[in-house]
Design a protein around this ligand. Structure first.
Ligand SMILES: *[C@@H]1O[C@H](CO)[C@@H](O)[C@H](O)[C@H]1NC(C)=O
Ligand SMILES: *[C@@H]1O[C@H](CO)[C@@H](O)[C@H](O)[C@H]1NC(C)=O
Length: 258
């Protein structure tokens, strides 16, 4: 009887290990950041472009997101197969449940979707027509507390979700008050006041952890001891410089193409 207990424990342990998904499968919470591309292309070329350079064509899941995107126009990720009337999002072929159709839309003969800025509503369109388009940068909020360096490593180990395989890194952001980014979602969901981004003071200069990305000019040049890593404060959309050993949530983004 007594010898059975460790065996039971072992079986239980094996079961727990087998039923635990690898952490790479749940990378974090995706945060919308729109990248408007004005060059007109067909929907399929636009999809490829977004997948290669960012993450995918944008997915819009709520009325609030649809309203925030009102100033922009172009292809969005919504499409239907010619064989099925079901609408899906390009990212992960997710079945669409939210729609923002214009009146008399969609036209059953068209299988791709365009957003107009004159009427911020959706219109089905011939997929081969050339249109500007809206990519999603593919930001991920990781709700774990890590030092800046642990966060850097964690991001590079994230598995690229969906059909693309671009690796991740600590996020590169142009401005803290980037109005194309869903900062509200970061603010509401981050469990720490600041979130790490890929900003680091090295050899006398502020650097983004990415080639060809100049750092913003509004960063302090005179640093307190050990305050060498950059974070975003989503509550007041400012950069904040902190000690790299502080543990915070962090933002990951796909590594840009060279
Ligand atoms: C991270 O830190 C915050 C603030 O200290 C805390 O509220 C939160 O529970 C921590 N999260 C995890 C996953 O430990
Ligand atoms: C993020 O925060 C919003 C607002 O509090 C909440 O509705 C949503 O469920 C949160 N998302 C996740 C995945 O926790």
């Amino acid at each position: 009887m007594e010898r059975n207990i460790p065996r039971l424990l072992l079986i239980h342990l094996i079961f727990v290990v087998l039923s635990t998904r690898p952490c790479a499968a749940t990378p974090g919470l995706s945060v919308l950041k729109v990248v408007p591309i004005s060059n007109p292309y067909s929907w399929a070329v636009a999809q490829n472009y977004c997948r290669w350079h960012h993450s995918d064509l944008i997915t819009i899941r709520t009325q609030q997101q649809a309203d925030e995107l009102a100033p922009y126009e172009g292809w969005i990720g919504l499409y239907s197969d010619t064989s099925s009337p079901e609408w899906k999002w390009s990212r992960g072929d997710e079945r669409a449940t939210f729609f923002n159709w214009d009146s008399n839309e969609p036209d059953p003969s068209h299988h791709c979707v365009l957003m107009h800025n004159s009427a911020p509503k959706w219109k089905s369109e011939d997929c081969s027509s050339s249109q500007p388009f809206l990519c999603d940068e593919g930001l991920i909020l990781v709700q774990e507390n890590k030092t800046w360096e642990e966060a850097l490593v964690h991001c590079t180990q994230l598995e690229a979700a969906g059909s693309t395989t671009r690796p991740y890194q600590l996020a590169i952001l142009s401005e803290p008050n980037d109005n194309l980014m869903d900062t509200e979602k970061i603010r509401l969901n981050a469990t720490t006041y600041e979130v790490w981004v890929g900003l680091r003071f090295l050899a006398g200069d502020w650097l983004w952890m990415s080639p060809n990305t100049p750092a913003s000019s509004d960063l302090p040049q005179c640093l307190a001891e050990q305050q060498h890593c950059g974070s975003l404060v989503p509550r007041n959309t400012e950069w904040k410089i902190m000690s790299c050993s502080e543990k915070r949530n962090f933002l990951s983004s796909r590594r840009p193409t060279k």
